[in-house]
Design a protein around this ligand. Structure first.
Ligand code: MRU
Length: 350
C-alpha cells in the first residue's frame, strides 16, 4: 500500500505563528482554499458555517480561537481584556451545540488562562498547539487499536467524514481505516451522507488523496449492500458519547446501526476521550443540532407562501446496545451497553 500511517496529506487547520488558516470544506472537492483568521469571532463563524467541521477539528479550532482572542485583547493592554476574551468564548460556545469537543477545548483553554499571571499569549498559543498535536497522536493510536480489532476483516463501510478533515489530522474512523489498509488490502465503502454530502465531497476525496481506493454508495444502498454480505464492519466517528455508551454522530448513523444489527454486521465507533461527555448519563440528554431547510430544500420551495418545509436534524443518537465497540486512545470498550464508558475516565487505563 502506498499510504503511510504517519503521513498527513490533508490539513483542515494550520497554525501560522499568529493566525489560523482554515481549509474551507464547503468548497471541496472542487477547490482547496484556505482562509486565514486572526480573531475569535471569525473562527466562530467558520465553525458555524462549516468551513471547519467534525467534532475534534471544531474543538481544535476553538482552542486556537481562544489563543487568538487573548493575543488580540491582551495586546491592547487595557484592563478589560479578560472580559473581552470571555465574550469571545461565549461566541465560540454558541457556534454549534452537539460536538462536545468544542466545550471541552474551551474549558481547557479557560483553565490555562486562569493560571496565567504574566503575559498569557505564548502559553495560550502553546496550549492550543498541544491540543492539536495530542489529537493527531490520539488518532494514530486509535488507528492501531482499531486495526488490531478488525484483524483480517475485508470490507468496511464508513459514514460522514471522520478523517483528517474532521480532526487535527489522520482521523478517527478514517484513521482506523488508514491503519487497517496499511496492514493489508481492504474494500472500503463510504456513504454519501445526505444532506451535506460529507461522504461524497470529503471522505472519498480525502482517501483518494492518500491513495486509498474507495467506493461511494448512496445512503439508501447501505441495506442492500449489507444484505449482500459485503460488509464486515461499519466504522464511524462521534460528536458526543454519553457515559452509558450512547453515541451522537452524523444523521444516518443510527439507521446504519439498526441495519447492522439485522444483518449481523459489527459496529465500531472511534473517538478520542475528549468526545466523551461523562456528565451525561445517556444520549437522550444530548442536544441535536437542527440546521437550515435550505441545506437540502430546493430554492423553488423557499418562498414565503410555500407549503413545503424541511426537517433537518444533522445528528442522531445510536443506543449503546447497537454498538459492538468504542475505540479511544485509552483503549477499546467492547459491548458498551453492559457497563458504559465511565472506565475511560481513568487516564492510566491503557
Ligand atoms: O456536521 P459535521 O460534518 O460537523 O458532522 C461530523 C460528524 O458527525 C463526524 O462523524 C464526527 O464529528 C466525528 S469526526 C472525527
Amino acid at each position: 500500500m502506498s499510504s503511510s500511517p504517519n503521513k498527513l496529506n490533508v490539513h483542515a487547520l494550520v497554525w501560522q505563528e499568529t493566525q489560523l488558516s482554515v481549509l474551507d470544506q464547503r468548497q471541496l472537492p472542487e477547490q482547496v482554499h484556505y482562509d486565514t483568521f486572526s480573531t475569535a469571532p471569525e473562527v466562530a463563524e467558520a465553525i458555524k458555517s462549516m468551513r471547519v467541521r467534525g467534532a475534534p477539528a471544531i474543538g481544535i479550532a476553538a482552542a486556537y480561537a481562544v489563543a487568538l482572542s487573548v493575543q488580540q485583547h491582551y495586546a491592547l493592554d487595557n484592563t478589560q481584556w479578560r472580559q473581552q476574551v470571555n465574550a469571545d468564548i461565549a461566541i465560540l460556545a454558541a457556534a454549534r451545540p452537539t460536538a462536545v469537543n468544542l466545550f471541552w477545548a474551551l474549558s481547557v483553554m479557560q483553565d490555562v488562562l486562569a493560571c496565567q499571571s504574566g503575559s498569557p499569549v505564548a502559553a495560550m498559543i502553546s496550549k492550543a498547539v498541544e491540543i492539536h498535536q495530542q489529537d493527531i497522536a490520539a488518532n494514530q493510536q486509535m488507528g492501531e487499536i482499531g486495526a488490531d480489532i478488525l484483524a483480517d476483516a475485508q470490507s468496511l463501510l464508513t459514514h460522514c467524514n471522520a478523517g483528517a478533515l474532521a480532526t487535527g489530522g489522520y482521523g478517527t474512523a478514517l484513521g482506523v481505516i488508514r491503519s487497517a489498509v496499511q496492514r493489508q488490502a481492504r474494500t472500503v465503502f463510504a456513504g454519501e451522507t445526505r444532506p451535506w454530502l460529507q461522504g461524497t465531497r470529503l471522505t472519498v476525496w480525502e482517501l483518494a488523496e492518500d491513495n486509498i481506493p474507495v467506493t461511494l454508495i448512496a445512503d439508501s444502498a447501505a441495506a442492500v449492500l449489507m444484505h449482500s454480505g459485503k460488509i464486515d464492519w461499519i466504522i464511524v466517528g462521534a460528536d458526543r458519547i454519553a457515559a452509558n455508551g450512547d453515541v451522537a454522530n452524523k444523521i444516518g448513523t443510527y439507521s446504519l446501526a439498526v441495519l447492522a444489527k439485522y444483518h449481523s454486521v459489527k459496529m465500531m465507533v472511534v473517538a478520542p476521550v475528549s468526545t466523551i461527555d461523562f456528565t451525561m448519563d445517556n444520549g437522550s440528554q444530548i442536544e441535536i443540532e437542527q440546521r437550515a431547510a435550505s441545506e437540502f430544500l430546493p430554492d423553488c420551495y423557499m418562498h414565503k407562501d410555500s407549503l413545503i418545509g424541511a426537517w433537518n436534524p444533522v445528528f442522531d443518537v445510536t443506543p449503546a446496545e447497537l454498538i459492538s465497540v468504542i475505540v479511544t486512545e485509552r483503549g477499546a470498550v467492547f459491548n458498551p451497553f453492559e457497563q458504559g464508558v465511565k472506565e475511560l475516565q481513568n487516564e492510566n487505563r491503557i
